[in-house]
Design a protein around this ligand. Structure first.
Ligand SMILES: C[S@@+](CC[C@H](N)C(=O)[O-])C[C@H]1O[C@@H](n2cnc3c(N)ncnc32)[C@H](O)[C@@H]1O
Length: 266
């Protein structure tokens, strides 16, 4: 039965597929080329993309000639990914349970998903169950350090003196480091786990970046869309001032982003 964290996740993503696809999908998508390469995805590989969102990793795997299945817990994401990636078999499924027989896939990928599941260890054990012996898993999470993009929104909220509610956290958390994520995979029975940090610069206009939380994406989005209109307008004024002062000559923000990628073998 879903606990408080999972229930919060279901509410947080409900109805957010289209705005997610237009905004933060690009931020998450930067990790996809390394993710699919680490999982050994290639022509003819059978691949499962769990928590596919708008389908970025599934699309990359299809382009590589893989036979792709993708699942997501949010029905709107399933619909959008099916539209975006006609070459994939997209279905509704909620980790930590998957509707596939044991050893169904050569590779499983999860791009910024494991940290959205109340029991990440159980989710990784389920990914192992559906992977064939010798097959691979590759997962990403946002790194504990080197990630300052979301700071723009928290700075704007602080400048507007908006307090933030406490949202549910993982009952048993793990370190968002290469060692922490590799350790989580080892604990779930995966062999030879290896983690590494990925870093890149997310270039985006201030207005486009604002549209993520302004459409209710992520916890900060829930905060911003839950404000009275006048307070939300004040937060936006502060955001425009702060973000506007940090754009380059091209008018874009250059936001440091960092993720942890871990890969292992069944
Ligand atoms: C940050 S988004 C990442 C989406 C996509 N992987 C990408 O790279 O753009 C997290 C996704 O995980 C999905 N998700 C969250 N909890 C899930 C669960 N328990 N089972 C399956 N999907 C889940 C959400 O609905 C959302 O689409």
């Amino acid at each position: 039965m879903a606990g408080e964290f999972d229930a919060h996740e279901r509410r947080m993503w409900a109805g957010k597929a289209v705005p997610y696809g237009r905004t933060f999908a690009a931020l998450c998508g930067a990790a996809v080329p390394e993710l699919v390469a680490a999982a050994g995805v290639g022509a003819g590989t059978t691949v499962l993309d769990v928590g596919t969102g708008s389908g970025t990793a599934a699309a990359a795997a299809v382009r590589l000639g893989a036979r792709v299945t993708a699942v997501d817990a949010e029905p709107g994401m399933v619909e959008l990914a099916a539209e975006n990636v006609p070459g994939a078999d997209v279905r509704h499924a909620v980790l930590p349970e998957l509707p596939f027989p044991d050893a169904s896939f050569d590779a499983v990928v999860a791009n910024f998903v494991i940290n959205h599941v109340e029991d990440p260890a159980a989710a990784l054990a389920e990914l192992r169950r559906v992977t064939r012996p010798g097959g691979r898993v590759a997962v990403t999470v946002w790194a504990a350090t080197g990630n300052t993009a979301m700071g723009l929104f928290t700075e704007a909220l602080d400048a507007a003196e908006v307090g933030r509610p406490v949202f549910p956290t993982l009952p048993v958390d793990f370190e968002r480091t290469p060692e922490g994520l590799a350790g989580l995979l080892a604990g779930a029975g995966w062999q030879d786990p290896e983690g590494r940090q990925l870093a890149w610069t997310h270039r985006v206009s201030p207005e486009e970046f604002w549209q993520g939380p302004a459409s209710g994406i992520a916890n900060l989005g829930l905060v911003i869309t839950g404000l009275p209109a006048a307070t939300a307008a004040l937060v936006k004024e502060h955001y425009d001032r702060i973000a506007g002062g940090r754009t380059g000559a091209d008018g874009l923000l250059a936001l440091p982003a960092a993720a942890v990628l871990a890969v292992a073998r069944r």
